[in-house]
Ligand binder design. Sequence first.
Ligand code: HPA
Length: 271
Amino acid sequence: MNADLITASATTLRQRLGHRAPKVAVLLGSGWGPFAQQVRDAVQVPYADLPAFPRLAIGGHAGQVTAGRIGDTEVAVLAGRKHTYETGEADGMKGAIRTLAAIGVQVLVQTNAAGSMDSSMRPGELMLITDHLNVVQRSPLVNEAGDKRFIDMSAAYCPRLRAQALTAAQAAGAPLREGVYAWVLGPQFETPAEIRMLRGFGAQAVGMSTVPETILARHAGLRVLALSLMTNMAAGMDAQTLSHAHTLATASASSERAVNTLAAVVQALEI
Ligand code: HPA
């Protein structure tokens, strides 16, 4: 990713945002799209106008930044991610995250859809990510030079922000589960044997995103918070056959509660 593209994206984004100065960015995953409608005093900037941002294959409202306020918190909400399974490259969101850092964003709140590997955590529930397993063993920092690339991942998901999120969700009547997220490449779902392996490794949820962006954000000096919406029980854990349509259907059925909880969490963050 060319540094000039990041500078150009940051300049355009700052101009379009006007008086808005978000310190929090929220990256929306499957099922979380309606969150962007909760932004007040909103301005929209398509990824297509920001040269460091990814070009997305999917239509709809994906591929757009919505900046404004959630309560008193100034936010930049990003609808649309480039996934590693699309190209094999883990750095699809590098330019976007570095642009956010360049405009002064300090916290990245990530959301995703995931399969539950904990039989007590059911579809529709939200899990606060406490840590992750980079099962794919790819990094968006390959090809970086210098010592800064050797980032510490021992508190990748900020303990202070996590504590604030737990309190806020509890107060909003939507307590969060907590657990470890395992990143798999996809796009195929897992086999039951793979799920048994990941459970044995100590993960409670499995999904195809988030980890590369966490690594990029930590490298850019941002603090990270992440929420997973359980859309299904993982392969072999119930009789359900997995499909993307099923993921989206469950996500959409649970999205109202999920986005309301996210709004409560975002408003409570102390930056
Ligand atoms: N596996 C991987 N990714 C997912 C799943 C799953 O079961 N559900 C939603 N995203």
